[in-house]
Design a protein around this ligand. Structure first.
Ligand SMILES: [Zn+2]
Length: 290
């Protein structure tokens, strides 16, 4: 699932490419009724894209008339900017190359822009959430209100991290991924951050030492910033792509995630994977001792 660095990359690209463009038309095959489609289309047509923002793992595209397009990519969703035509009962890309790769061909949402381009959402599993609402309605959305600190915001300080940790007996990896504590971190970056900080993923949050907390704080900022610099991670089974359909470049910097059975880059011990509740945790049993 796209996490903070992937969503941040997309939002920055949106601001560089579609800001100021007007949505000329809209299509989806995700609505249950034709009325729903007509209503959505009527509202969004001729709207100008003012700006895009990230909130946790959410993409917010602000439009004219106080409307906001709220997108959560969930498991397999990603946005692509290209040129598409409706042909033989489906949307087809006029651009070749990466646009024709399998994960870029599940087009279920299409926003046609006034420059002849389409902003589309490709989503093989169809869990992505797309909603159009007013800024007022958005401000009342519970799932957004309840988001915790943004790890990259200046108000997320070492003290703020300490305050989060001392309150909870949960395992530290779970705490990092809990959106009401910190927003935007998922399985990939929680694993990488804990490896960088040399902390065992199963250690209780309130039992971290002062020095571990310090290392954790630095690792959170460093790993996320580096992942943004390299435009996100397209791991083995991840659908995430940049707006131009190309994978993110951070995958080659992964030290533990999906490296089960491979030697640790720090000590040579084989990386371990532990699966629980459908989620894998990767760590070095030597560098990240409990
Ligand atoms: Zn190691």
């Amino acid at each position: 699932m796209p996490e903070l660095p992937e969503v941040e990359t997309i939002v920055r690209e949106l601001n560089n490419t579609v800001k100021g463009k007007i949505i000329n038309d809209f299509w989806t095959d995700n609505f249950k009724s034709n009325t729903q489609l007509q209503n959505f289309r009527a509202l969004i047509k001729r709207q100008k894209i003012i700006k895009a923002e990230r909130k946790g793992k959410n993409i917010l595209i602000f439009l004219d008339k106080n409307l906001v397009l709220w997108i959560h990519l969930k498991l397999t969703g990603h946005l692509l900017l290209g040129q598409y035509i409706w042909k033989e009962g489906k949307w087809q890309s006029l651009k070749k190359g990466v646009y024709l790769e399998p994960q870029n061909r599940f087009i279920h949402w299409v926003f046609s822009l006034n420059n002849g381009q389409q902003l589309v959402l490709s989503d093989s599993r169809r869990f992505a959430k797309v909603r159009l609402l007013t800024q007022d309605e958005l401000s009342k959305e519970k799932s957004l209100q309840e988001l915790g600190h943004d790890p990259l915001a200046s108000d997320f300080t070492e003290q703020a991290l300490k305050d989060i940790l001392k309150k909870t007996k949960s395992e530290i990896k779970k705490v990092l991924m809990e959106q009401r504590h910190l927003s935007g971190i998922g399985n990939i970056y929680a694993s990488e951050i804990l490896f960088a900080a040399q902390i065992n993923p199963f250690k209780k949050a309130n039992q971290l030492t002062k020095i571990e907390t310090h290392h954790l704080f630095l690792a959170i900022k460093n790993i996320l910033n580096k992942a943004i610099k390299y435009r996100g991670t397209s791991a083995q089974d991840e659908a995430y792509r940049q707006l131009d359909g190309t994978p993110g470049n951070f995958s080659r910097f992964l030290k533990v995630y999906q490296r089960e059975g491979k030697p640790c880059v720090r000590c040579g011990t084989l990386i371990k994977r532990i699966k629980s509740q459908g989620r894998s945790t990767f760590y070095c049993p030597q560098c990240q001792k409990l």
